[in-house]
Structures are given as C-alpha cells and as structure tokens.
Design a protein around this ligand. Structure first.
Ligand code: C5P
Length: 250
C-alpha cells in the first residue's frame, strides 16, 4: 500500500517558556503542504527500510522504524513491514519530514492490522517518540501547544502558493532549542495572534529564528537575500533551516 506523507509549515511559532522536563512550551499554527514523501508499506516477516535518499539513516534512529516498534508495543499486534520511502522533504529543515513519516507509519500499520487503535490513541502514543507527530493526524491545519503535541484542529486556510527555500546545510532541533534565550523573544500573546490570523490579518514569525541565526549567522543573510529578491514575507519554519516565502510572482 502507498501512503502520502506531507511536510508542514509553522505559519507562526512562539516559544512560550522553558519547561522543567527539558522541553519548551510552544504555541504554533501548523499547516500541512503539498510537498511530501511517499511511503510504501508491505507486510513482511520483519521490518526493513529502504529510501531513495542515501543520506537518510535506515537504522533504528529513523522514525519509521521507531513508529513501527511503538505500534507493536502499544497494540500487541505482531505486525512487521517492508517500508520504502520516496524522500522529497529535506532533512533538518523544520518541515517535519521525520515526524510525518512516523505518523504515516502508525496510520499505515493500523490500517493493515484492521484498526486495533483509534486515531486518538495513535496521537497519544506518538508523543513518546516525537513532539509534532500528532499534528499529522489532523486534517492539515491546527494550532498546537504544549511541546507541540496538544492539537487544536482548525478549519482549512485558503489555498496559497508559496516558495520554499533551504540552504544546503541543516540545523539540529535540540541544538536550536538549547540555544534559546527567552528574554530575546518579543512578548506576544499567541492566542491573539491566532485570532488575528483567522480573521485575515496574518502575522508570520518564528521565535526560533533568533537562536538559529546565532548558530548559523549565514542564515540571516540568506533570509535577507530572499527579501531583497522581492518576497514580502520570508519566515523560517520549525527549527530551520527552510524558509517559506510569500508575495512574489504569484
Ligand atoms: O520531540 P522531538 O523529538 O521533536 O524533540 C527533539 C528535541 O527538541 C527535544 O529533545 C528537546 O531538546 C527539543 N524540544 C524542545 N521543546 C519542544 C520540542 C522539542 O525543547 N517543544
């Protein structure tokens, strides 16, 4: 069976506070996009993973294999599969590729095993292996809080064309979070920003740009080049290094 595994953007991303458990409380408007991977899943005696992109790790660090293991542990189903990933979503981009693949794996195994789990259970379990896997069970637009795993589904936003830009290098999510100095982030109330957004007054921003630009100063000039090229809005998604660009050429 073949499944589509979309990328996501964070249309706005607020880091609210550092939590006691090492994570950060966030508030972000997540949106799935047309760019995505495809995952072929075929029942097999044991798990195996292949991928079109040679850079993608194929061992247990890959969230596809972690999700398969999680599914078996939680449901008690002894289902294994041969997974083949056609990779289109770049890694270390903030586009949620690994998380999306994990959600797709949970969904696919649940289908193949005749649905032993509810979607709510899959969302709940997914929090054990990643903070933003749960979003990918939504219809595509959601306001996410907590460490990203609290999903508040929203009606679809108007269809919009945009450009994605990513430099050749990536950034590690834990490193970007570790480098957060919350006193540098503008004080903004995410609930107000969400209301404005839904009323047609979008504010695109990402608090994680500050630590990301400190870690990779060339990212700031990368963003400035995109703005000088004529885009009206250039905003990093997640922990980077991809940017979504709005307002040029149509
Ligand atoms: O949950 P996920 O595996 O995506 O998180 C990777 C790392 O990013 C965490 O171990 C943590 O260091 C950091 N993180 C965070 N706050 C979040 C999400 C992730 O500090 N809300």
């Amino acid at each position: 069976m073949r499944f589509f595994s979309p990328a996501k953007l964070n249309l706005f991303f607020r880091v609210v506070k550092k939590r006691g458990d090492g994570y950060h409380a966030i508030a972000s408007l997540y949106q799935a996009i047309d760019l995505g991977d495809t995952l072929d899943v075929e029942p097999a005696e044991k798990d195996s993973l292949t991928c079109t992109d040679p850079v993608v790790p194929l061992d247990f660090t890959n969230l596809v294999l972690k999700a398969a293991d999680l599914f078996r542990r939680k449901t008690g189903c002894n289902i294994h599969a041969k997974f083949h990933l056609e990779k289109k979503i770049p890694m270390q981009a903030g586009l949620g590729g690994g998380s999306s693949n994990a959600a797709t794996t949970l969904w696919a195994l649940n289908e193949l095993a005749d649905k032993p789990a509810t979607t709510e259970e899959l969302i709940h379990w997914s929090g054990e292996i990643g903070s933003d896997i749960g979003f990918f069970f939504s219809q595509g637009t959601a306001y996410c809080t907590g460490r990203g795993e609290q999903i508040h589904p929203l009606p679809s936003l108007p269809h919009t064309s945009l450009w994605l830009a990513k430099p050749s290098y990536g950034l590690s999510t834990p490193l970007v979070y570790q480098n957060c100095d919350l006193s540098l982030f503008p004080i903004r109330n995410p609930a107000d920003i969400l209301i404005d957004f839904l009323e047609g007054n979008p504010l695109y921003f990402n608090d994680l740009e500050i630590p990301a630009f400190q870690l990779a100063p060339e990212l700031l000039s990368y963003k400035q080049q995109l703005l000088s090229a004529g885009f009206e809005q250039v905003t990093m998604t997640g922990s980077g290094t991809a940017f979504f660009c709005l307002g040029i050429g149509g």
